[in-house]
Design a protein around this ligand. Structure first.
Ligand code: SAH
Ligand code: SF4
Ligand code: F3S
Length: 472
């Protein structure tokens, strides 16, 4: 493992990272691109890879879509509403295209992959449709589109990880960084479109990951999140050193870069998170004690229909295990209300599972049927919308209570927090984060700290979303 940390073999892969990609000068580049991102953090991370590929081909980035010659939307298909938002945005860009002929519009990401060339028929203003594994072909596709043709590449790959591409950090605060460690997903949760839009699971070269993290640390980043749809199944075999790196191993490698660098990860599938990972977290102070462990439902019958491969009891035992090995660890979850055939009793099971797990935070949705998924083919979307929404509301209300309870339990405790910047409310206060992923605000008065510094802060007050503290 130490060998891997010091391995310079692939060092040349990640040079030339750019952190100030935006340009005011319209003549500095042959054309300027604008990119807007939707969906998960992985999609945002992909936009930074796209920006890097475009920059290497001589295009400059702009924050103002009206100044752009190329407009890209990096899209999400996870729920119907996500796609509706993007279609609405496309209508707005139609006006701009009319006002400024020659502007090219490209749809990237999951919606491009799901709809393929059908998107060109449905949305006449779209010039390019590019799936998540086809970004290397963007410069060629732009050329095609410049020649007046519609350009499409939605080929999925079994091995593309963009390991050698240095992402251009687009909207970064310079403290929190996101590093993709794998792509795709091999789980077939019956509600989920991701395996169809992102393809087969593949892990990125561990050396390139560690190098990217080290590089970010050297540039001042202090809190890095390792990203994947299912990080616990990370697996990479290093041919050079004949070493295998599991997710626990990767966590350790990145944690050893510096004690001043915090490491997080997202997302864990409950079936895959191992004791090995939990013990590695316990061993290193700088691996944040926070796990996003999406359960989706508290009913074993629904979990089975969802193809999540665990039962309610199995999941709760996992929560117990986390609390046992990592006392005080933050745990959050995702929920889907109103999945096919869900009864009132199933819903009550979800609420009681929430009470038991005492989540600090949750992301909550009502079920949205996605074309082509297992659930769409096999089951009827038979819970009426008003019931879905009512159940979702009950889940949200309970989570609000649990979040407040969780913050209240921290009153009087002292945390080592990392300062991320000014508080949104006042430039006289800092906004910082605990390892457990809670946001805390405290006065700058009486200390000379900076963004990126650590501080010990005692919690004096809280709402359900924020803790308020004083520095000690
Ligand atoms: N890989 C992650 C989840 C990625 S999608 C995991 O396995 O947990 C993020 C969340 O969106 C999911 O956890 C789920 O709660 C929600 N989601 C996915 N498909 C959905 C659908 N069809 N309708 C409603 N919510 C959905
Ligand atoms: Fe979707 Fe399941 Fe894969 Fe998560 S693990 S991305 S929910 S298929
Ligand atoms: Fe959305 Fe694709 Fe992510 S569907 S949630 S952008 S993997």
């Amino acid at each position: 493992m130490i060998d891997l940390l010091n391995n310079k073999v692939h060092d040349e892969l990640r040079q030339g990272e750019a952190f100030a990609p935006f340009t005011e000068d319209p003549n500095a580049y042959r054309k300027r691109f604008y990119i807007e991102s939707y969906g998960c953090q992985m999609n945002f991370a992909d936009s930074e890879i796209v920006a890097s590929i475009l920059q290497d081909s001589g295009f400059g980035a702009t924050r103002n879509s009206e100044e752009a010659d190329l407009i890209f939307l990096n899209t999400c298909s996870i729920r119907e509403k996500a796609e509706q938002t993007i279609r609405k945005r496309l209508t707005e860009f139609r006006k701009q295209k009319i006002a400024k002929p020659g502007t090219l519009v490209g749809v990237l990401g999951c919606m491009a992959e799901r709809l393929k060339s059908k998107l060109l028929e449905e949305e006449k203003l779209v010039d390019m449709v590019v799936g998540p594994d086809a970004y290397r072909s963007l410069p060629a596709l732009i050329e095609e589109a410049e020649g007046g043709q519609k350009a499409v590449n939605v080929l999925l790959s079994r091995d593309e990880t963009y390991a050698d591409i240095s992402p251009v950090r687009l909207e970064s605060n310079g403290i929190n960084g996101y590093v993709s460690i794998m792509r795709g997903c091999n789980n077939m949760c019956s509600f989920c479109v991701v395996p169809f839009t992102r393809g087969r699971e593949r892990s990125r070269d561990a050396v390139s990951i560690v190098n990217e993290c080290r590089d970010l640390f050297e540039r001042g980043f202090r809190d890095l999140t390792l990203l994947g749809q299912n990080v616990d199944s990370y697996y990479w075999h290093d041919e050079v050193n004949n070493e295998t790196v599991t997710f626990a191993g990767l966590l350790e490698l990145t944690a050893m870069i510096s004690p001043l660098l915090r490491i997080r990860f997202s997302t864990s599938h409950p079936k895959d998170i191992t004791d090995d990972v939990l013990h590695t977290m316990a061993k290193h102070d700088n691996i944040c004690k926070y796990i996003h462990l999406p359960v989706q439902s508290g009913s074993t019958r629904i979990l089975q229909l969802m193809n999540r491969t665990y039962t309610r009891e199995w999941y709760l035992a996992k929560v117990d295990r986390i609390r046992q090995i990592l006392p005080g660890c933050g745990i959050s979850s995702d929920f889907i209300a109103g999945f096919c055939t869900e009864t009132e009793e199933d819903h009550q099971d979800t609420l009681s599972l929430m009470e038991y797990s005492q989540y600090d935070l949750s992301y909550m949705f009502f079920y949205s049927e996605r074309p082509g998924t297992l659930a769409h083919r096999r089951y009827k979307d038979d819970v009426p919308m008003d019931i879905k929404k009512r159940r979702l509301q009950e889940i949200v209300a309970l989570q609000n209570k649990l979040s407040l309870d969780s913050n209240r339990r921290d009153l009087g405790k002292t945390f080592r927090v990392l300062i991320e910047g000014d508080s949104k409310r006042s430039p006289h206060d800092w906004m910082a984060r605990t390892g457990e992923n809670k946001v805390i605000v405290f006065s700058k008065k009486g200390s000379s700290l900076n963004k990126g510094d650590y501080a010990d802060v005692t919690v004096t007050d809280c709402t359900k979303a924020t803790m308020i503290g004083t520095i000690i």
